[in-house]
Design a protein around this ligand. Sequence first.
Ligand code: S3P
Length: 171
Amino acid sequence: MNNIAGNLILIGLMGAGKTTLGKQLANKLKRIFYDSDQVICERTGVSIPTIFELEGEAGFRTRETAVISELTQQKDVVIATGGGAILQIENRLNLQQNGHVIYLHAQPEVLLNRIRHDKNRPLLQVSDPLAKLQELYSLRDPIYRATAHTVLDVNSPYSFHSLNRLIRLIR
Ligand code: S3P
């Protein structure tokens, strides 16, 4: 297992399982795990929806870029990024140059089923969250693919099976 060198970075849409799988991966490889959203919340002392409310998406993205630039300077850690981190070119370059980037890919319908009742995603607090996820998928799927070194399909429910598939892919 120790032949997997460098940072391991998870990207993908909301609900793809970046945090869940990232924690499992870190645990298995005995590495430190960071979640960029969680770091932002710890530092500001407020939730992601509150940051969006007070500073707008632009304010959140500025904080996210600063945190990503800091986390990617770590060595041999596992990082779960927020779904929109790849929107900034600066982040894309930083992620690609400072780790092995893994895109967790799933269809919008599957993602929505997983996060339907979660109020912690301000971008999905709209009348038609499926339409919103479909829009985000169309816009971002090509960017995730262009940024990632590895793509892992996570349309099936997560399990240790996904973790083992992931480890086989990046080994
Ligand atoms: C966002 C995804 C969220 C969070 C914020 C914006 C996005 O992270 O960063 O609500 O733009 O897709 P998760 O992907 O961890 O839910």
